[in-house]
Design a protein around this ligand. Structure first.
Ligand code: ASP
Ligand code: MG
Length: 331
C-alpha cells in the first residue's frame, strides 16, 4: 500500500468552500492510487477564539479542561472534511487523535507524542477509506485528551507519516513554500526547492512560525522527508530533508526581517556562516549601501544583524542581492 499523509493548515479550511477544495485534493491523491491519511488543523482562527472563550470564564483554566476545549477545533475540521469527501462519492472517516492512535506524555497541553498505534487507521485504509485525523491532539496514559502545542498539527502529520511508513508527507498551507526572503519586501525572492531540517528549525526558532519546531525536530530525528506546498496551486513547493550544504562553502538559504521600535533585525539562515569571508561580505554590503550595523552576531547557522528601522528593508534587499541573486559570489 502506498500511503500519503496530507496535512492542511487552518487557513486552507477557513470556509466550507475551502474544505471542499481540500477534499478534492485528497480524492485526487486517492485516484492516483494512494491510500490517503489526512491531518487537519482547526479552521482559521478557531483555536484563538477558543482561548479567548476560556479566558472569559476563568483566568486559570484546569489544564485538562483547557486541552479538552482547544482540541475541539480540529474535531470540527475532521468531521467536516470527512463529510466533504463522502459527498464526492469516496468513503472517508474522521478520527480523533485518540482514535488515530496518538499516545502522548502526561502534560495536558504542549504534550509530546510518545508513540503512535496506527492499527485503526490501517483498518480504515484497507477498507479503501480516506482517514481524516484531527491534528494537534492525542491521548495520555490517564486516558485524557492532550494537545501538542501551537502549530501541533504538523507534529501529528509527521508522527503519522513515521508510524505508517508513508511514502510522502505533504504539508499544505496558503503559501507556496519557503522563500529566500519575504517577496513583499524583496521582489527578487525565490522559492527554495530544497532546504535542510536544520535551516527550517532555525527559522522556527527565530519565530517565523513557518512550521512547528518540534515537528521538524521529530522529522529530522526519524528522517521523514516533508513537502511544504500550496493548498491552492499545484506547483511543487519546498522539500525539507537531510540536505547537506553543497560543500565546505558557506551557504545562505534564507533571510527575514523583524522591526521593533526604532530598530530592524535581519536574520540570515544557512550553514557555515561563522566565516571571515561572510562577515566581510556582510560588512561591505552594509557600508557601501550606507546602512550602518548597530549589532552583529555570527553563529554557523545564523547571522543576526541589527540596523535602524529605516535601513532594514533596503539592507535586506542589498544582502539578498549579494548572497542570493549574485551567482558566483567569491566567499
Ligand atoms: N489549531 C492549533 C493551533 O492553532 C494547531 C495547529 O494549527 O496546528 O495552534
Ligand atoms: Mg491552527
Amino acid at each position: 500500500m502506498r500511503i500519503i499523509v496530507m496535512k492542511f493548515g487552518g487557513s486552507s479550511l477557513a470556509e466550507p468552500e475551502k474544505i471542499k477544495v481540500m477534499a478534492e485534493r485528497a480524492v485526487k491523491a486517492r485516484k492516483r492510487g494512494f491510500a490517503v491519511v489526512m491531518a487537519v488543523s482547526a479552521p482559521a482562527d478557531i483555536t484563538d477564539d477558543l482561548i479567548t472563550l476560556a479566558g472569559l470564564i476563568t483566568a486559570k483554566p484546569e489544564p485538562r479542561e483547557y486541552a479538552a476545549l482547544l482540541s475541539t477545533g480540529e474535531a470540527v475540521s475532521a468531521a467536516l472534511m470527512a463529510m466533504a469527501i463522502n459527498e464526492k462519492g469516496v468513503k472517508a472517516v474522521s478520527l480523533s487523535g485518540a482514535q488515530a492512535g496518538i499516545k502522548t506524555g502526561s502534560a495536558h497541553t504542549g504534550a509530546d507524542i510518545i508513540s503512535v498505534r496506527p492499527e485503526r487507521i490501517m483498518r480504515e485504509l484497507r477498507k479503501g477509506r480516506i482517514a481524516v485525523a484531527a491534528g494537534f491532539q492525542g491521548l495520555n496514559k490517564a486516558g485524557d485528551i492532550t494537545t501538542l502545542g501551537r502549530g501541533g498539527s504538523d507534529f501529528t502529520a509527521v508522527a503519522l507519516a513515521r508510524s505508517l511508513k508513508a511514502d510522502a508527507c505533504e504539508l499544505y498551507t496558503d503559501v507556496k513554500g519557503i522563500y529566500t526572503a519575504n517577496p513583499t519586501v524583496v521582489p527578487q525572492a525565490k522559492k527554495i526547492k530544497k532546504i535542510s531540517y536544520d535551516a527550517v528549525m532555525e527559522l522556527a526558532r527565530s519565530g517565523t512560525e513557518v512550521r512547528q519546531l518540534r515537528a521538524i525536530a521529530y522529522a529530522k530525528k526519524h528522517n521523514i522527508a516533508l513537502h511544504l506546498r500550496s493548498s491552492f496551486e499545484n506547483e511543487e513547493g519546498t522539500l525539507v530533508g537531510n540536505f547537506k550544504p553543497s560543500g565546505k562553502k558557506p551557504e545562505v538559504v534564507c533571510f527575514f526581517i523583524r522591526k521593533t521600535g526604532d530598530t530592524a533585525e535581519i536574520r540570515l539562515i544557512g550553514a557555515g556562516l561563522k566565516n571571515p569571508a561572510v562577515k566581510n561580505a556582510v560588512r561591505r554590503t552594509a557600508l557601501t549601501s550606507g546602512h550602518p550595523l548597530i549589532k552583529e552576531t555570527y553563529t554557523p547557522a545564523r547571522i543576526i544583524l541589527i540596523t535602524s528601522f529605516r535601513s532594514g528593508d533596503r539592507l535586506l534587499k542589498n544582502l539578498h542581492k549579494v548572497f542570493i541573486d549574485t551567482t558566483g559570489l567569491k566567499l
